[in-house]
Design a protein around this ligand. Structure first.
Ligand code: FMN
Length: 232
């Protein structure tokens, strides 16, 4: 019988030191060495890590836009105050979009469609699952009383993939910077003009610049553990 992952795991695979080193290596890179490109196989791994990331109800309510075109980066630049150093120098630049609240409503086609096409559920099974989703949104999570929150909830799922990408990038010696410093409305318009989104369905929520550092990072500033963790 094939062994499960934890049964095969030893320190050569992912040592505690390796994890700690990667988390200390990762920092918010403000600009990158523009001469260095992330190899395709490494970038493909990062996309795969995003793809395999979990999402609530398995709805995967987000997408990734990879901005390869330099002229599009130049168009984005005036509207991305938080990416002034990263946009022109990053090896790869990614924009996460998340489903709008309208698209996340249980009666909208997205959820049922996703469950049928991705999970292979039958029409009836997908219908039952969506009914359960609606019940949870109404009775437990209270999100249908303030439906605009559904987009924020979708964005949270995108941030799980974002975090996984940044962590694995660091483990592979790749630098990164998450970016929220941009004008959502303007970036949405630019993405729509390039036919990357239909704004009624998807909106940009966060960006990720990836590449190789050119400046040394600042020392880490973090709260100490006992300010963060409470035990009961
Ligand atoms: C969701 C998110 C959004 C961020 N947005 C920006 C940004 O727009 N521009 C930027 O230079 N840094 C941005 N940062 C980087 C943070 O400022 C940085 O992670 C934080 O100060 C901690 O520093 P460190 O990542 O170097 O440890 C963002 C980080 C996160 C997680």
């Amino acid at each position: 019988m094939t062994k499960v992952y934890y049964e095969c795991m030893d320190d050569d695979m992912v040592s505690k030191d390796h994890i700690q080193t990667a988390f200390n290596f990762r920092h918010a890179a403000k600009r990158f060495d523009g001469t260095k490109k992330i190899p395709d196989s490494e970038f493909e791994l990062l996309l795969e890590v995003a793809r395999l990331s979990p999402s609530s109800f398995g709805l995967e309510p987000w997408n990734i836009i990879v901005v390869n075109d330099d002229s599009f980066r130049k168009e984005l630049l005036p509207w991305c105050w938080g990416a002034q150093g990263q946009l022109p120098t990053a090896s790869h630049f990614v924009i996460f979009t998340a489903k709008t609240s309208a698209a996340m409503l249980p009666d909208a086609p997205y959820a049922k469609h996703a469950l049928q096409t991705v999970r292979g559920l039958s029409e009836t099974e997908a219908g039952e699952y969506v009914a359960f989703y609606k019940k949870w949104l109404t009775e437990d999570y209270g999100r249908l009383e303030a439906p605009q929150l559904l987009h924020e909830w979708a964005a949270r799922q995108a941030y799980i993939a974002l975090g996984n990408m940044m962590t694995v990038a660091a483990m592979r010696g790749i630098d990164s910077c998450a970016i929220e410093g941009f004008k959502i409305e303007k970036v949405s318009q630019l993405l729509e003009a390039r036919q990357c989104i239909v704004p009624k369905q998807d909106l940009p929520v966060v960006m990720l610049a990836l590449g190789y550092r050119i400046d040394p990072p600042k020392p880490k500033a973090r709260r100490v553990l006992n300010q963060i963790v409470k035990e009961v």
